[in-house]
Each structure stands twice: as structure tokens, then as C-alpha cells.
Design a protein around this ligand. Structure first.
Ligand SMILES: Nc1nc2c(ncn2[C@@H]2O[C@@H]3COP(=O)(O)O[C@H]4[C@@H](O)[C@H](n5cnc6c(=O)[nH]c(N)nc65)O[C@@H]4COP(=O)(O)O[C@H]3[C@H]2O)c(=O)[nH]1
Length: 738
């Protein structure tokens, strides 16, 4: 029961006590001994007065705990006094009671009238009753009892109405205040789509002057493009069996000033008097959307040249291949590598390197039609997609374009402080002859580019089957991988991750190395995709997990006692139903506490089977294992992953860190990622830190951890132990706490 309802209860109790007194006096004559009758009447009158007094105090919020403590002794004393009076002359009982009550009512009524608007009506009726009681007391004779009874009953009804109005108004005001104080917009719609309740925040969000203006509108009046059928369909979702709440949607609201507002809607069912309504919370997500758009752009636009990046290219090429397949056309992919770029970078610095890339990209872009695509694929690699070509013309068109590219590059570039000429090697692959999908076309164009490079600088080559040796190389890798675990050909190296603030070595990333007797040392970038294609990655990942945990177990009681080990996990491993058990067993077997293990995932992993991944990650988090998102910013970067998957660490990709000193764009992007990570309570690790300048900038930006050649290259376990020992000695500052 609410506070104000309790107040009414006090009054009700007072009213009942007075009625009981009346019954005892007028109906009890002859049935109860007179002495007892007198005392009970005195007691009822006092309880009645106390009820009215305390109810009034309560209404205006002035009833204190000590009032209640004194109530009983006061009632007993006062009732004794009244009993004494009635005892002297029991004819005083009706007029005396009416007078005493009248006084209390006049007092209570005047308090209510003067204190609060809501109770004015109640106070007036109470004063009226008080006056009537005093008048009756003065004139009461047994002949007028009936008149008194009718008069007082009418007034009582008026008081009750006043009371109901006051309490209802109080409850409604409280309800309105509560929903108005919500920081989110809030509305309740009925089955037909009409709005019944809305708060001020909702009105403000949607550009209305007050919540009142929204009441009675149809939801279709708020959302452009929303039809009545769609609004009905939305409601049906709340009636569906097994639906989980809140139901989350996003929508763009059209405001009255013509602007559009992106909003997240959280809908829940709400039943009132047996009727189902839909309660919708509206969250303004324009800021979030802006950041998402920024990340979206960052994930698709190359920060140095401003043209497409690798991811955007893959999307566009897939589209072009699909279009070409649908209408029997062709398209061509040109893989371009600038031959002397590294030397430019090393000799003249990153700024000159970036300027060269920008100039080269611009002159490539001049050669293209609006429908073609230009992308920076990697450091000094560009890809051109020539789209929508007539059947059997792609190869010739691509050759002409490659010649134009080589000529354009050979002309040289006037940079700010240097004149530089570069040569380009170009590989060509055409759809449908050299591949039927984007990955194959890029891979084959890449193979052709290597062939061009081998043939000398400034060459072009069209892909052919003979070049497939490289692809066959993948087959060779696949074959050699099969027995490599048993043959002990793998080992792990460890790369230090240090606290950006204190320099303390806090985490270590385990990286896989393969020294194949058949193929020689093989970088993970080459054999991991092959292991993923063949499914062998599961066995390999299990080996890495066990080895890494075993190594951390061996580091116990050393300077690396409480280090956290970070290992890369592929999508295949997460999809394996036994993965969580595998992790928990590896922890137990090697005596590691779960916080010492962090699993690194890429955004691709998160997207591929989002529902399953979410479940597995929830289980791993429940276990206490950390989850970190690798290469953030290069893929499909979306804020929703960060909140949806309960990650605890974000690794900022090397591509951004690399340019942080020279590119304003990379700098502000890293800044934005760090700020966003902070606001989501995530730990941030910057990858690929190669210079002290980068480390200093990142530390200043609030990045928590640093990893890269500037601190240490990936090294063997024993070397890392020495490295950590050397590093630990002079550190006196406490570890950074997030
Ligand atoms: N230029 C430059 N590079 C730096 C710097 N600091 C670290 N690196 C390199 O960046 C890579 C970081 O690992 P990653 O992003 O997880 O990327 C890893 C990871 O995706 C994958 N990988 C490595 N080990 C495993 C493994 O055990 N399992 C799985 N599934 N993937 C692995 O192979 C990728 C490449 O690994 P690595 O060749 O060892 O290359 C490592 C590391 O040697 C720096 O300052 N400058």
C-alpha cells in the first residue's frame, strides 16, 4: 500500500470508530450496562478524533513517529476525561461528541484548505461537516436526531468523494512524475496503434511541445513509411507464444521540423484491466549511429588514400561478379604493386611514403571510368576492378589498362620535397575465365602479379594455369601440415604486451610458428588459412591452447607469475561443441586461474555464426576467461558487437597505429576508438607499436596496453622470461587499474 493510501485508512478508521460509538449509544441501551456503554462511547469518540487528526497530519505530511508513540496514552487519557464528563451527565454525550468532533474537523479542514490544492475540496467538505457538527451540538435535541443523521450522511458522502479525488489525483500525479523523470522516451500504444500514454522526454525527442499532443495520435503519424498493417504486425509479436522481451528494433522517426531521428525501440507487453498494450521505450541513438557511421567509413575507406580498402573492395567485387554473371558480362581485376615503395618509405620517411601513395592512387583513379573500382589492398598494393565488360573483351581491356597504369607510374611524381619515379607490376585475372568469385579472382591476380614481378619491374602478366604452382603450394602446405603436430614441427613464440602507463609486462600473446622440414619456415599467414580450409585448425588450435597454458603454468613463481596469456582462436574452434570444456580442462590441468587466459577473436568470427558465438562467449565469460577483439577497425567494425558480445579487450589494428604519427585521420580514428572503448569499459591494446613516438601518443590518448616491435618481437619462452626479468627490476610504479 502506498503512503497516501495509508492516510485515507486513518480517516476511515476514525469514521468507523465514530459510527461504532453511535451504534453503542443509540442501539446499546438496555443491552450493555450503562457504565460500560459510557466508557465505550468515550473511547470510540477519542479514537475517531485521533483518526481524523492523524489522517489530516498524514495528508499534509506532518505525522511524525513520536506522534504515533504518544497516540495510545493520549487516547486513554482523553477517553477517561470524556467518560468522566458523560458520567456526570450522560445527556451531554451526543452534543459533547458532536462538538468535540466538530472542532477536530474544523481544524483538519482548515489545515487541508490552506496547505495543498489537491486537498482543498476535501478540506472544504470537512470544514462544512465540522460546522454542521458544532451547529448540531448547540441545537441537538433527541427530536432532531433524524435531521442530524441525514445531514451528516450527505456531508460524509461529499467527504468521501473528495477523498477519492485527492487519492486518485495523487496516484496519477506520481505515475506521471515517474514516467516524466525517465531519461528515455516512453509511450504506451493500444492494439490499434493509438497512443494512450507518453512522457515529456518522448514528446521532446519527437519534436512535440508536450506529451499531451501525442496522446490520441496513431503511431503511423510518427514514423514515415509505417503502414497500419506493419503497426498491427508489430503488436502481434507481443501476443506470440514464447516471445522474449524487450523486443528491440531500430527506426528512423520523422520529426515535425523535417529532421530524421534514429531511435532504438524497446517494446514490452503491458496488461491493464485484462487488456494488452504495448509499452515502448525510445532511445535516441543518433550519437551511436554517428560513431557507427564513422567506424563504418573507417572500415571501408583506406585512411591514407581515401579510396576503398580491402574489405570494401571484396564487397564491391562480389557485387560486380554477381551482376556480370546475371547478364553474361565479364569483369577484370588488376593487382598492382609499386615496386620501389619500401625504399621510398625507408629513405624519405612515412610522410613521403603516404604522399606517394596518395599521388599514385589519384593518377590510377584518373584512368578509370566512374563504374570501375579502385582500392588500396595493402601497404603498396592497389586493386582495380574494371566492371561490366562485353563477353571476351575483359582480357584485352585489362591489358590496355595495365599498360596505362605502368605508364602512369613511370612518369614519376612530384612530392612536396622530392621527385620520385616508381615502377608498377600488374597481375590480371578476369571473370569468368580465371575465377568465379571475388576471393579467387583476387588470389589469381595476386599470383599473376608475383609472376610479373619475377619477370622484372614494370611488367604485367595475365593469370594462367601454370601460375597455379602457388596455389599448388597451398596443397603442399596442406599435405605437410597433416603430420606436423605429431612430428613436433610447431612451436610457440611469445610477444610481450605491456602496460602503457607503467611499462609493466602484464600480458603475453602466444603466436604459432611452423618449421617444416619439407617447406622450410612457414609464416602463420600462409599456413593458418590452409589449416582453416581443411579443418585442421581445430587440432592445431587445441595444441596451441594446451602449450600456451602449460607455459604459463611453468612460469608460476617466476617474474611472469600472474601474466595473462592471449591466444588466437579461429571461427572453427568456437563452432566446436567441445571448445568450452577444452578451455576449462586446459586451465585446470595447468593450474591457471581463468583470468590468466584471454582468447583473441576477429570480427569475422563474431559475424559468421553470431547466435552460437554469443552462447559460447557467454559460457567462456562465465568461466572467467577474457575475450578480446583482434584487428579492430579493419573489418566490419560495429559498435553493436562491442555491446552484444560482452568483450573485455579491444585490439586496435596495426594499420591505424602505423600511421598515427603522420596521418591525422589515423590519429583521430585511434582517438575515437580509445574514447569509445573507455566509455564501454573495455581494455585497449594497441598492436604494432614500432616507435617510441607511437607509444607516447597512445599512452597520452589513454590506451591501456601496448604491443609491438618497439617493446619486443615475438620470442621464445625462455627469452621472454629474461626479458621480463630485466624489465621488472626497475619498475616501482603500481600497475594501472582500469
Ligand atoms: N609489422 C609489425 N608486426 C608486428 C608487430 N608486433 C607484432 N607484429 C605481428 O603482428 C601479428 C599479431 O598477431 P595477430 O594480429 O593475432 O595475427 C596473427 C594471427 O591472426 C595468426 N596467428 C598466429 N598464431 C596463431 C594461432 O596460434 N592460432 C590462430 N588461429 N591464428 C594465429 O597469424 C597472424 C600473424 O601472426 P604473426 O605473423 O606471428 O604476426 C604477429 C606479430 O608478429 C609490429 O610492431 N610490427
Amino acid at each position: 500500500m502506498q503512503r497516501k493510501e495509508k492516510h485515507a485508512l486513518f480517516w476511515g478508521a476514525g469514521q468507523l470508530a465514530i459510527m461504532a460509538g453511535g451504534i453503542i449509544w443509540f442501539g446499546g441501551a438496555g443491552l450493555i450496562p450503562l457504565e460500560l456503554q459510557l466508557y465505550l462511547c468515550a473511547l470510540c469518540l477519542t479514537v475517531g478524533m485521533a483518526g481524523y487528526w492523524s489522517g489530516t497530519q498524514f495528508f499534509i505530511g506532518k505525522l511524525r513517529a513520536y506522534h504515533v508513540r504518544w497516540m495510545l496514552p493520549v487516547i486513554l487519557t482523553l477517553s477517561g476525561f470524556f467518560y468522566y464528563l458523560w458520567h456526570l451527565n450522560n445527556a451531554w454525550l451526543p452534543p459533547g461528541s458532536a462538538a468535540a468532533l466538530g472542532l477536530v474537523m474544523l481544524w483538519g479542514g482548515s489545515r487541508l484548505v490552506s496547505v495543498n490544492n489537491r486537498y482543498r475540496w476535501l478540506g472544504l467538505t470537512l470544514m462544512l461537516r465540522g460546522g454542521f457538527n458544532l451547529f448540531s451540538a448547540a441545537s441537538l435535541s433527541p427530536d432532531l436526531y433524524k435531521v442530524w443523521f441525514v445531514g451528516t450522511s450527505i456531508l460524509k458522502v461529499l467527504t468521501m468523494l473528495g477523498l477519492i479525488y485527492a487519492v486518485q489525483d495523487e496516484i496519477q500525479q506520481r505515475y506521471a512524475r515517474t514516467i516524466d523523470s525517465l531519461s528515455h522516451g516512453f509511450l504506451i500504444r493500444d492494439r490499434r496503434g493509438y497512443i494512450h500514454v507518453a512522457n515529456e522526454r518522448c514528446a521532446k525527442l519527437l519534436g512535440f511541445n508536450s506529451a499531451q499532443e501525442l496522446i490520441g495520435l496513431h503511431v503511423c503519424d510518427l514514423l514515415p513509411g509505417l503502414t497500419r498493417e506493419m503497426a498491427d504486425h508489430y503488436f502481434f509479436r507481443f501476443e506470440a507464444d514464447g516471445a522474449e522481451y524487450p523486443i528491440a528494433d531500430t527506426a528512423i522517426f520523422k520529426l515535425r521540423n523535417g529532421n530524421h531521428l534514429p531511435v532504438e525501440l524497446l517494446g514490452s507487453p503491458y496488461v491493464e484491466r485484462g487488456r494488452l498494450y504495448c509499452l515502448v521505450q525510445l532511445l535516441d541513438i543518433s550519437e551511436r549511429k554517428k560513431k557507427d557511421d564513422l567506424l563504418y567509413q573507417a572500415a571501408r575507406v583506406d585512411p591514407v588514400t581515401g579510396y576503398c580498402n580491402r574489405h570494401a573492395l571484396s564487397v564491391r567485387l562480389t557485387e560486380e561478379v554477381k551482376k556480370a554473371a546475371a547478364v553474361g558480362r565479364e569483369c577484370a581485376v588488376l593487382f598492382i604493386d609499386l615496386d620501389k615503395f619500401k625504399r621510398v618509405n625507408d629513405s624519405f620517411g612515412h610522410a613521403a611514403g603516404d604522399e606517394l601513395l596518395r599521388n599514385a592512387a589519384d593518377s590510377l583513379h584518373h584512368l578509370l571510368r566512374p563504374t570501375d573500382v579502385l582500392a588500396r589492398f595493402g601497404g603498396d598494393e592497389f586493386i582495380i576492378v574494371i566492371a561490366d565488360l562485353a563477353p571476351n573483351s575483359a582480357e584485352q581491356m585489362a591489358i590496355d589498362c595495365a599498360d596505362a597504369v605502368i605508364a602512369a607510374m613511370a612518369k614519376g611524381f612530384e612530392l612536396s620535397y622530392h621527385a620520385i619515379s616508381v615502377t608498377a607490376s600488374v597481375g590480371i585475372a578476369c571473370y569468368p575465365h580465371h575465377g568465379a568469385d571475388s576471393d579467387t579472382l583476387i588470389r589469381n591476380a595476386d599470383i599473376a602479379m608475383y609472376a610479373a614481378k619475377k619477370a622484372g619491374r614494370g611488367e604485367r602478366r595475365v593469370f594462367n594455369d601454370a601460375m597455379n604452382a602457388v596455389a599448388k603450394n597451398a596443397l603442399a602446405i596442406d599435405g605437410a601440415l597433416r603430420d606436423a603436430i605429431e612430428a613436433n614441427e610447431f612451436y610457440l613464440v611469445y610477444q610481450a604486451i605491456t602496460n602503457a602507463h607503467t611499462g609493466k609486462l602484464t600480458k603475453v600473446e602466444a603466436l604459432l610458428r611452423w618449421n617444416s622440414p619439407l617447406l622450410g619456415p612457414m609464416p602463420p599467414d600462409r599456413f593458418i588459412p590452409v589449416a582453416e580450409d581443411s579443418g585442421m585448425i581445430i587440432a592445431l588450435g587445441t595444441w596451441v591452447l594446451e602449450q600456451a597454458c602449460r607455459q604459463v603454468g611453468l612460469w608460476k613463481h617466476s617474474v611472469l607469475d600472474d601474466v595473462t596469456i592471449s591466444i588466437n582462436v579461429s571461427a572453427w574452434q568456437l563452432a566446436d561443441p567441445g571448445f568450452v570444456t577444452l578451455v576449462s580442462q586446459a586451465l585446470i590441468r595447468n593450474g591457471l586461474s581463468p583470468h590468466q587466459l584471454e582468447l583473441e577473436l576477429t570480427e569475422r568470427v563474431l559475424i559468421e555464426d553470431a547466435a552460437n558465438v554469443q552462447t559460447v562467449l557467454a559460457q567462456l565469460r562465465a568461466l572467467g576467461v577474457g575475450i578480446s577483439l583482434d584487428d579492430f577497425g579493419t573489418g566490419y567494425s560495429s559498435l553493436s558487437y562491442l555491446t552484444q558480445f560482452h568483450l573485455n579487450t579491444l585490439k586496435i589494428d596495426r594499420a591505424f597505429v602505423m600511421d598515427i604519427e603522420h596521418s591525422e585521420r589515423s590519429n583521430s580514428l585511434v582517438h575515437a576508438i580509445i574514447a569509445m572503448g573507455h566509455s564501454l569499459g573495455l581494455q585497449l591494446v594497441a598492436e604494432g607499436v614500432e616507435t617510441a613516438g607511437q607509444a607516447a601518443i597512445l599512452e597520452k590518448m589513454g590506451c591501456h596496453y601496448l604491443q609491438g616491435y618497439h617493446i619486443s618481437r615475438p620470442i621464445l619462452a625462455d627469452d621472454l622470461l629474461h626479458f621480463a626479468g630485466d624489465r621488472a627490476a626497475p619498475q616501482a610504479q603500481p600497475d594501472f587499474v582500469i
